[in-house]
Design a protein around this ligand. Structure first.
Ligand SMILES: Nc1ncnc2c1ncn2[C@@H]1O[C@H](COP(=O)(O)OP(=O)(O)OP(=O)(O)O)[C@@H](O)[C@H]1O
Length: 309
């Protein structure tokens, strides 16, 4: 299905926020479609939380519009909020109650039956622990219970602000798989903010990169990872020999030395394969090869890294 046929769960149009004469979010525009995980990537202070706060109506935009499920957050607040589940920072939970009792509390407020609680418990795969007290849960389980709570009212859009903060690697992996599953199985649009590129690459279908309140790129992760040139870095035993071989293959202007035993080049995937083969055939010992996609390259530039070395 192309983008024009997919329902738009969230539409952000020319959104702007100025606080005390400083423009924190500058004229940003993007759409998030049903069934996709959309990453909102930017270094600390880029304006991610401020944008999320405008999306869910916690603060008023200076200019622009947000539509959730087709409803304008400013003009049609209640209808818009009916379509969204959101977790900003840590989920609010009652620690001395069980997971189930927490969900029951919110289900009663929303006038939802127990069957819906069962459904969300299954969705977040917490059947085994749902009758234990929340204080016995790991941070990852608390996150999932928070998501279960956000899912109770069947939102079209789930917003998660830095959901993996504080989780250990196993918890991050679990959350990532589970978020992907939610988007695919439930057709939910998931909007995830993060300052970690690797996380966004693994979890998301598309990504918007925010820098100083501006969107510098919106693209599919696939597009960014698999097309164009990559930055390739080799660690070898004989740098000068490797330099000479690669310069002959792709041109001297594409290859640079990096320290005593490293070299770096900007190459297409095909060129990378050819260069690897060349080095192996010449018996150059390859201690390591690192390939960084354009997204990484761009993100490094935004966060202060150099473009090539
Ligand atoms: N109420 C406010 N008054 C003044 N400045 C603010 C206010 N809220 C945010 N800012 C500033 O706006 C910028 C963006 O903040 P924001 O919290 O949106 O960034 P972020 O991308 O979410 O970063 P982080 O990941 O660190 O939370 C920061 O420089 C912050 O200091």
């Amino acid at each position: 299905m192309n983008d024009k046929q997919r329902p738009v769960a969230l539409s952000v149009r020319n959104l702007q926020k100025t606080i005390r004469r400083r423009t924190i979010v500058k004229n940003i525009t993007f759409d998030v479609f049903a069934g996709e995980v959309f990453g909102f990537l930017g270094p600390n202070g880029a304006g991610k939380t401020t944008t999320i706060r405008m999306i869910v109506g916690l603060i008023k935009p200076t200019a622009g519009h947000v539509l959730i499920g087709g409803h304008d957050v400013q003009k049609d607040f209640l209808e818009a909020m009916r379509c969204v589940g959101c977790i900003v920072e840590n989920p609010e939970l009652y620690k001395y109650m069980t997971g189930w009792q927490n969900l029951e509390h919110f289900a009663r407020m929303l006038d939802l039956p127990d069957e819906r609680i069962d459904e969300v418990v299954r969705l977040v795969r917490m059947e085994g622990r749902i009758h234990d007290k929340v204080k016995t849960y790991s941070l990852g389980m608390r996150q999932r219970l928070g998501i279960a709570q956000a899912l109770l009212a069947r939102p079209k859009l789930l917003i998660l602000d830095e959901p993996t903060n504080g989780l250990d690697p196993a918890g991050i992996r679990e959350l990532r798989e589970f978020i992907r599953h939610l988007a695919q199985a439930e057709g939910l649009a998931v909007f995830v903010s993060s300052h970690m590129l690797a996380e966004v690459q693994m979890m998301c279908d598309r990504v918007a990169i925010l820098s100083n309140g501006e969107i510098v790129k919106v693209a599919t992760v696939e597009e960014i990872v698999h097309t164009g040139t990559n930055r390739v870095e080799w660690t070898v035993d004989s740098r000068d020999l490797a330099m000479r071989l690669l310069a002959e293959e792709v041109g001297a202007d594409r290859v640079e030395p990096l320290g005593d035993n490293k070299l770096v080049a900007l190459l297409t995937p095909e060129q990378t394969a050819a260069c690897n083969q060349l080095l192996i055939e010449a018996n150059v010992k390859l201690y390591g090869v690192q390939v960084q996609g354009q997204l990484e390259e761009l993100f490094l530039q935004i966060t202060g890294g150099d473009s090539i070395a």
